[in-house]
Design a protein around this ligand. Sequence first.
Ligand code: ZN
Length: 112
Amino acid sequence: MTKKEKTTLEKTIQTNITALKDQILTLEEKTKPIAPDCSLGRLTRLEAMGEQDVANKVLDEARVRLTRLNNALQGIDKPMFGICIECEEEIGFGRMSIRPESVRCVACTGNR
Ligand SMILES: [Zn+2]
C-alpha cells in the first residue's frame, strides 16, 4: 500500500469513527431501560422492548467496530497494516476503503 493510499484510509477511518460515535450515542439513548409506565399499553410496551433488543444488538456491533477502527488507526503506520493475518497477502486498497478495519483478505474471510 502506498503512502498516499494510507493517508486516504486514515481519513476514511477518522470519518467512520466520528459517524460511529454519533450512532453509539443515539443507540445508548434508545437502549435506556424502559420505566414502568402505566400509560403505555401492554402491546406498546412489548413492542418497545423488542425495539430495544434490536438496538442493543446494533449497539454491541457498533462498539466492536469502533474498537477495530481505533486499532486500525493506531496500526496504520505499522508494516502489517493492510496485510491479511491469515495468509499474509495484501488485503487490497479497494476492500480497505470500504472496511478499513479489515484484518483478513476477501478469500480468508470467506473461508471462515
Ligand atoms: Zn488472506
